[in-house]
Design a binder for this molecule. Structure first.
Ligand code: SF4
Length: 459
């Protein structure tokens, strides 16, 4: 099933698309339900239960606060991050439900982390309930945060979500996508652009892609220029500003070497990953835990790739995003982009694969080379577990973004040095990733119960 570029790249608040954005959207949907049923003004109190991975790593991922944002009716793209919305709710013990109806609310009491229970439908489950002042249940709904910030209700689990409109080119596998490209005489980016232009005006598609690129770039700049300590028990210092300073010194002293370019890619990935870990505004690409990879590789293209690309800078950016979104669409259709379902290979692995394919396309690679780059990038992320220390999206996540970005560039270069022929198809790598992920022990799937989270325990 085709997933729109705009469902893949959305602008949100860190640190986690599944544990921050998803819960925020779920509680916002719940409030909209109350409004639609005409009972919003009757609500006396609400309770949100978190299950499975949301409960186990929710505190480190900022899940309770995100749920409050949704209850307040705030929008991730526009909310003012300089206003302490959560602190206000905690101080006053009250909450403006949907921005319209004032109720008593205590985060410790009304957001319950059910750490012992995992709902059968999905590892990231939530239940929202609202009562009136006579304790009559006004509404109850289960939500599941399925990855990349996407949310499904209980009745929608296992059912393909309806497409807003049919697109001209539907593809469920890379083989089908390659065949479409061959028969239509189009590139992967042209196929995706045709689909997106059937959903909204082409100029709107272009404008939105420019905004996504700007948001990615802004996150790099904020990350580079914001010193300090990341929130949470690890008290981790932000490293991007120091790396940047060091790189500038090396440049001015003429002490750079042939691999300095890797330092820059690391820096850009660090900057966004730290911004995300601090609860800043980033683009899901495809998730927030892996949000540093696409911006770092895009910046690499902007700085170093355009000389040998057949495209202008603006065209190259578009081709990069359009191609990466097609690759992500394949992972969403045939595997998962949720660390809670398939481990970090579904987040950093998918981001690496998207970035490699997107870069190959922006550098003028053939469709076969694009598939080759995306396939190489995932092949060497297979089995990557999700084991965030103290449940924070910090260690190993931040460094993992840097390694993933450099790996994506390397995968592209390998693919572009060949003629596109390759032994392992992207479809078989995606199937292997999915199978590996399903077979991973639950401790390695965003529960912080195994791996580094257990053996390097410092919280
Ligand atoms: S280990 Fe990977 S999947 Fe898990 S929280 Fe960190 S970035 Fe996300």
């Amino acid at each position: 099933m085709y997933t729109s570029l705009f469902d893949i790249f959305s602008i949100g608040i860190g640190p986690s698309s599944s544990h921050t954005m998803g819960p925020m959207r779920a509680t916002a949907s719940f409030v909209e339900d109350l409004r639609a049923r005409g009972v919003l003004e009757k609500v006396n109190n609400v309770q949100v239960d978190m299950y499975g991975s949301l409960a186990l790593t929710g505190e480190g991922h900022g899940t309770p606060g995100a749920a409050v944002y949704g209850l307040l009716g705030l929008d991730a793209e526009t909310l003012d991050l300089n206003t302490d919305h959560i602190g206000k709710v905690q101080r006053e013990g009250r909450l403006q439900l949907g921005g319209a109806h004032n109720i008593g609310f205590c985060m410790e009491r009304d957001i319950v982390l059910q750490k012992e229970i995992t709902l059968p439908e999905h590892a990231n489950g939530m239940r929202c309930r609202a009562w009136d002042n006579e304790r009559n249940l006004l509404h109850e709904e289960y939500f599941f945060s399925i990855g990349g910030g996407a949310v499904r209700r209980r009745a929608e689990i296992g059912i393909a979500p309806p497409s807003p409109r049919t697109v001209p080119y539907n593809f469920n596998s890379c083989a089908a996508l390659m065949e479409l490209c061959r028969t239509e005489g189009k590139s992967v980016a042209q196929i995706v652009m045709a689909n997106e232009s059937s959903l909204r005006f082409r100029e709107l598609v272009r404008r939105r892609m420019q905004i996504i690129c700007k948001m990615m770039s802004d996150a790099i700049e904020r990350g580079i220029s914001t010193p300090g300590t990341l929130p949470g028990t690890l008290k981790l210092a932000r490293r991007a500003p120091l790396i940047y300073k060091r790189l500038e010194q090396l440049f001015h002293r003429n002490e750079t070497d042939a691999l300095t370019i890797i330092d820059w890619i690391n820096l850009w990935a660090f900057a966004v990953a730290e911004e995300n870990a601090a609860g800043g505004r980033v683009v899901t690409a495809p998730t927030m835990g892996s949000a540093g990879i696409m911006p770092a590789v895009l910046r690499y293209f902007e700085r170093y790739g355009t000389k040998s690309s057949p495209y202008t800078l603006e065209q190259g950016r578009e081709v990069f995003l359009l191609t990466a979104s097609a690759i992500c669409s394949l992972y969403r259709a045939n595997a998962s982009i949720s660390g809670a379902e398939v481990g970090c290979q579904g987040e950093v692995g998918v981001a690496c694969s998207m970035a490699a394919g997107g870069l190959a396309a922006a550098m003028g690679g053939t469709n076969a080379q694009i598939e080759n780059a995306a396939e190489i990038a995932m092949e060497h992320n297979l089995g990557l577990t999700c084991d965030p220390i103290c449940g924070l999206v910090q260690v190993p996540c931040i460094e993992r973004n840097a390694i993933g970005a450099v790996k994506a560039v390397n995968a592209t270069r390998l693919a572009l040095r060949g003629d596109g022929s390759h032994y392992v198809s992207l479809d078989s790598v995606i199937a292997t990733m999915d199978e590996t992920g399903r077979n991973l022990h639950a401790g390695y799937k965003e529960t912080a119960l195994a791996g580094l989270a257990k053996n390097a325990l410092t919280c």
